[in-house]
Design a protein around this ligand. Structure first.
Ligand code: COA
Length: 207
């Protein structure tokens, strides 16, 4: 798959002013919960490292902000939007970002492998997806689903049962299928990588 990935340890972050643009610093200072601040900063550090490698410049030259406060962020530099497919995730002490300059869309999700209760399985998965019952399989399935809803740009505002992963392949129904058609029906590939021990990290790329 043609994408670049960056993972950062949230326990070893540089000072915010070294990472964030002025506008981002104003938003960051307004965040009330320390965990959210750390994750928000870490996700930006991961993405900006990739942007600096790909496009040059310094971390603080880029601004990764969400217009309206909810949903998918955009990246700007010098006031102009940079239209490269990217995605951010954070989980249990880590943040990660993906940049996929050769693709049209991308989504990423990182989750710690943990036991799941039956109600969670039944609420979020269609029986056709549940081909195994290990913690690792269910966590990886969940990360694939979240990577897909991020690729679509909807997040979990859509029904999770409309985004299925059966045998490693996406199946989209209902609202998810409508959004997919609106994006021009990209060819989606899913990959789950054992990058960090005890975690699942999935990337969905749409070409
Ligand atoms: C997007 C969503 C699937 C993220 O899942 P999560 O496991 O909670 O969080 P992750 O750490 O994996 O990902 C968070 C990142 O996803 C990205 N993201 C958020 N909404 C997104 C969307 N609609 N599409 C793509 N990416 C999105 C952001 O970069 C966010 O990180 P940031 O806020 O630090 O920039 C989930 O938050 C969601 O569906 N939200 C929609 C519902 C909603 O908007 N609720 C807000 C009510 S106030």
């Amino acid at each position: 798959m043609a994408y670049q990935l960056e993972v950062v340890d949230l326990h070893a972050l540089p000072p915010a002013h070294e990472v964030l643009s002025e506008k981002e610093q104003a938003f960051y200072e307004g965040l009330k919960i320390q965990k959210r601040k750390t994750e928000w900063l870490g996700g930006r550090l991961a993405l900006k490292k990739l942007l600096c490698t790909h496009l040059g410049g310094k971390l603080a030259d880029y601004a990764v902000l969400t217009p309206g406060g909810v949903g998918k962020p955009t990246v700007t530099a010098g006031g102009k939007e940079i239209k490269l497919p990217f995605s951010i995730t954070h989980s249990n002490g880590y943040a990660a970002a993906v940049l996929a300059p050769k693709a049209r869309y991308v989504g990423i999700d990182l989750e710690k492998i943990a036991p799941r209760i039956a109600a969670w399985k039944n609420d979020f998965f269609h029986p056709s997806e549940l081909t195994e019952d290990t913690d690792e399989f269910l966590t990886s399935l969940w990360t694939q689903k979240e990577a897909l809803v991020k690729l679509l740009g909807s997040g979990l505002t859509i029904n999770s049962l409309d985004v299925r992963v059966v045998g490693g392949k996406p199946q989209l129904l209902g609202r998810a299928l409508e959004i997919y058609r609106g994006l021009g029906e990209p060819q989606i590939t899913l990959e789950t990588r054992p990058l960090l021990p005890g975690f699942c990290l999935s990337v969905a790329v749409g070409k």
